[in-house]
Design a protein around this ligand. Structure first.
Ligand code: DC
Length: 220
């Protein structure tokens, strides 16, 4: 079974998707990490981010291996490196690139073909797995998402200015919602879950219930 979880940055998708997968005994696929990996490789190999053909060629040439522990690019463990703010700041042209997206979606389908998966990203229910049995669109207000980001940074001993984070998040939302291919949008058959005022555990239990209802419906 494929469960897709899409939604804007900062809605808590990664955390709850990982926990949901563990509770269900499914594997977890963080597709944002794949776009991060290509961005990391472009910076590492000095492929200019405005070189569309160069980025496309890079996506086709590198070997990305996703494991439950993290991710490697041509054998190099980049699990931590892809979370660097430099990667986050430069990811836009990579995620916008239709050829990069085609290669990533193909890889996502290949990975998820071997069992039960929770696939998390922006286009999982719309483009990568349009026939997924269970689609969830996880969202939260911009203010809650920015506040959560400030909290996450504080937990890691880092400080973040709320207004700046909110502004950057709005810019990312706009870019995610307006790219030509694979834009962030709710699949018509997705169930929307608003995470404002819900704890991580409450969201996970809610999602688990949604998936279990789907599984029960399949059996009856
Ligand atoms: O979920 P994240 O913040 O790690 O995602 C990193 C970037 O990748 C984000 O700017 C949106 C993009 N992305 C995408 O375009 N499609 C996906 N399926 C997942 C992420």
């Amino acid at each position: 079974m494929i469960v897709t979880i899409d939604g804007p940055a900062g809605a808590g998708k990664s955390t709850v998707s990982r926990l949901l997968a563990a509770e269900l005994g499914f594997r977890f696929l963080d597709t944002g990490s794949m776009y991060r990996a290509i961005t990391w490789a472009a910076l590492d190999r000095q492929v200019p981010l405005d070189d569309h053909a160069g980025l496309a060629a890079l996506a086709g040439a590198v070997t990305i291996v996703v494991t439950d522990q993290g991710l490697t690019v041509d054998g190099a463990d980049v699990t931590r490196a892809i979370r660097d703010p430099t990667v986050t700041r430069n990811i836009g042209p990579v995620a916008d690139n239709p050829e990069v997206r085609r290669v990533m979606v193909e890889l996502q389908r290949r990975i998820a073909s071997d069992g039960d998966y929770v696939c998390e990203g922006r286009d999982q229910g719309t483009v990568a797995f349009p026939n997924a049995e269970c689609k969830i669109y996880l969202t939260a207000s911009p203010e809650h998402r920015a506040q959560r980001r400030v909290g996450d940074l504080a937990e890691r001993g880092l400080s973040g200015d709320y207004e700046t984070i909110l502004e950057e998040q709005m810019a990312r939302d706009f870019r995610d919602q307006n790219r030509a291919v694979g834009r962030l949008q709710q699949a018509p058959d997705a169930i929307v879950v608003d995470t404002d005022n819900l704890s991580v555990d409450e969201v996970v239990q809610k999602l688990k219930q949604i998936v279990q209802t789907k599984i029960a419906g399949r059996k009856s």
